[in-house]
Ligand binder design. Structure first.
Ligand code: P6F
Length: 281
């Protein structure tokens, strides 16, 4: 018989993933990590309640937030919207030498009090402060697992040696290494970078050995279809979905865009067809 904890972990993961094993998750930690200027294109979206209402209305599977933003936005969530609380972060205001570290800014108990379904933390694999983030992740994961909560790792390879050895952090071997390190450190879900092609992303998925790999969205594309195509490639590569921020909240009208994304993620719909059906083309 399963221990209570593993039942809790499976049950909470299902609040993000539909029966097809895929999820589209809205990310809103940018006011902290990038600064509020990220919202300037559509300033009303700086208000977590307004943008959360829109993404929930469009049918998003889950949201990822830092504790303070979740506190403002949770009343906008449906009972079945997955809530992922991220417990590490950094501001862009830090000195450059400290930018390769995410610090803990909340505790597992805080996330549970907020009604979290999953706990997230970032590890910059390859950072000079990798050791500290590994310990942070291990402590968060061990405690969350003990209480039956799944743990999501934002597995971001970043550091001077990576650039020296591989040229860029998006090299598939680097992303694959980060994903594998996430698996081996006990993650139940992984968020990572696009590697540039379906074939290479499929290798990242293989290296994750069954732990779901989701795309970290990235900068907004001018043409919405370009982003739909990228997510389509992720799904074709065996990826389990995407965690998307700027491509949603930097659009004037995010709802049809989310609906098109959901068609790509959950129905493998052709990106252009999905865009047409939602009036984006
Ligand atoms: O991981 C983050 C920051 O990454 P970054 O340091 O900007 O590469 C988060 O702020 C976002 O949640 C994540 O990037 C997803 O949001 P978008 O990239 O889709 O805006």
């Amino acid at each position: 018989m399963d221990a209570y904890q593993s039942v809790g972990i499976r049950r909470r993961l299902r609040r993000f993933f539909r029966r097809d094993g895929r999820a589209l998750i809205f990310a809103m930690d940018h006011g902290f990590e990038h600064g509020p200027t990220d919202f300037e294109e559509h300033w009303e979206h700086v208000n977590p309640r307004i943008i959360t209402r829109k993404v929930v209305r469009a049918g998003i599977d889950g949201v990822m937030m830092l504790p303070g933003v979740a506190r403002l936005a949770v009343d906008e969530l449906k009972p079945d919207t997955g809530l992922m609380i991220k417990l590490t972060s950094k501001t862009n205001l830090r000195p450059k030498d400290d930018q390769l570290l995410q610090s803990q800014l909340g505790y597992v108990e805080d996330a549970i009090k907020l009604g979290a379904d999953a706990i997230a933390a970032t590890v910059y694999w390859g950072s000079p402060q990798e050791d500290l983030m590994m310990r942070q992740f291990a402590e968060i994961a061990s405690y969350a697992h003990d209480l039956g909560f799944p743990v999501v790792q934002f597995a971001y390879p970043r550091g001077p040696y990576i650039n020296e050895k591989y040229g860029k952090k998006e090299d598939y071997r680097v992303v694959m290494y980060g994903a594998r390190a996430a698996v081996e450190s006990g993650a139940d879900m992984i968020k990572t970078y696009w590697t540039g092609s379906r074939e290479t992303f499929a290798k990242v998925v293989d290296a994750a050995a069954g732990v779901p790999v989701l795309l970290s969205g990235g900068a907004k594309t001018d043409n919405p279809v370009d982003f739909l195509k990228l997510v389509w490639e992720v799904i074709e590569a065996g990826g389990s979905g995407a965690v998307v921020g700027r491509n949603i909240f930097q659009r004037e009208n995010p709802e049809p865009f989310i609906k098109a994304l959901l068609k790509v993620v959950h129905r493998n719909e052709d990106p252009e067809e999905a865009a047409k059906a939602e009036g984006l083309l």
